[in-house]
Design a binder for this molecule. Structure first.
Ligand SMILES: Cc1cc2nc3c(=O)[nH]c(=O)nc-3n(C[C@H](O)[C@H](O)[C@H](O)COP(=O)(O)O)c2cc1C
Length: 348
């Protein structure tokens, strides 16, 4: 039988993102170019600031998702359990990593389903890659993955850059959009489409919405470089030629500004701002740029693996506190008012 490479790849991804410097090198997510306008007359009581939102029909205490990362190998069970426990504790959403391995065999199913058992009430989203979606004849496999974790939505990640640089990558992206449209029509839960760190352009967002997608996670450039991760997985003598692609992608603030305007013509479009979000201030800026939700991946797994779950909880608490402070100082009592506040100015 052909040896399955998925579990070792998923293990490599966690190890590399935690232990190596896989950040973008010459490009940031762009948040430092934006500054909130101080409101010396906020006319609200700090204790009234309400950061809660509704996402996938569930109430969150803060518009943040621990983004899709892992599953499909033995140690992933412990990681997903601890990430899910943190999400349950703080009322956040969570995604599991690509469930492709769960389609290959049942060996590590609990490494995914543990997220639901550890956090029965959070919005939890499933995940699969674009090349798998292109190959799907119908939604039956996706439905099995949704059921495996009791998912509130199913995420398709668009990762042409990663597949291009992966030694074992699949670069046949023909039919992905049709596959996504089929899933939107057939699944009982919404389909979220995300990038993984290279962003979604206005044109791609338009094509996705025309295919019926109502949840887009921009996952822009400036945080984890997935080109970087895959370059480091290649043999040493085969890295240099790929180096120019390390910083490829649309910065998070730019991709947000390309996708958010579509909300005016696509009712119900939910935009998730992610890619290089490293603080509650960044979350606040993404929301003020028009995102409905925010998400982050590497900052959470790195803290969990390097410093443990208490440090992860402290980090989430700090992010929520920072965003709450911004809302007080801009006179925005709710996330909706922060979104509509015009409180963010581009630094000249
Ligand atoms: C260890 C790790 C594994 C990941 N695996 C997946 C995955 O299986 N599916 C997916 O859609 N995104 C995956 N991602 C990408 C993240 O969900 C996210 O879009 C990307 O890392 C950018 O966010 P960041 O800058 O906050 O890390 C992974 C990220 C990390 C750090």
């Amino acid at each position: 039988m052909k040896k399955r490479t998925t579990p070792s790849r998923k293990r490599d991804h966690v190890a590399l993102t935690v232990k190596k410097d896989v950040a973008f090198r010459g490009k940031s997510a762009g948040f430092e170019e934006w500054e909130f306008i101080h409101n010396a007359l906020p006319e609200i009581d700090r204790s009234e600031v309400d950061t809660s939102v509704t996402f996938l029909n569930k109430r969150l205490s803060f518009p943040l998702m621990v983004s899709c990362m892992t599953g499909g190998y033995p140690e992933a069970e412990r990681i997903n359990r601890r990430l899910a426990e943190a999400c349950a504790e703080f009322g956040l959403a969570m995604g599991v990593g690509s469930q492709r391995q769960a389609l290959e065999d049942r060996t590590y199913h609990t490494s995914f389903s543990v997220a639901r058992s550890a956090a029965p009430h959070i919005p939890l989203v499933g995940n699969i890659g674009a090349p798998e979606v292109a190959r799907m004849k119908d939604a039956s496999d996706a439905l099995r993955l949704v059921e495996l974790i009791g998912a509130d939505a199913f995420t398709v990640h668009l990762n042409p850059l990663q597949e291009l640089l992966q030694p074992e990558g699949n670069t046949n992206f023909r039919g992905v959009l049709n596959g996504i449209a089929m899933l939107v029509r057939s699944l009982p839960v919404p389909v979220i489409v995300k990038e993984i760190g290279a962003g979604i352009s206005a044109d791609v967002a338009l094509r996705l919405t025309e295919a019926g997608v109502r949840y887009i996670d921009v996952a822009g450039a400036g945080g984890t470089s997935w080109a970087g991760v895959e370059i480091l997985r290649r043999a040493k003598n085969d890295r240099q030629q790929w180096d120019p692609l390390w910083d490829w992608g649309i910065r998070t603030t730019d991709t947000l500004r390309q996708v958010v305007p579509l909300k005016a013509s696509v009712p119900g479009l939910t935009v998730i701002g992610s890619g290089g979000i490293t603080s509650g201030m960044d979350c606040a800026k993404a929301i003020a740029l028009g995102a409905d939700m925010t998400a982050a991946a590497r900052p959470f797994i790195k803290t969990l693996m390097d410093e443990g779950e208490k440090a992860l909880h402290r980090k989430i608490e700090r992010w929520i506190g920072e965003c709450t402070a911004v809302m007080f100082l801009t006179g925005a009592p709710t996330i909706e008012s922060l979104k509509r506040s015009n409180a963010l100015a581009k630094i000249q």
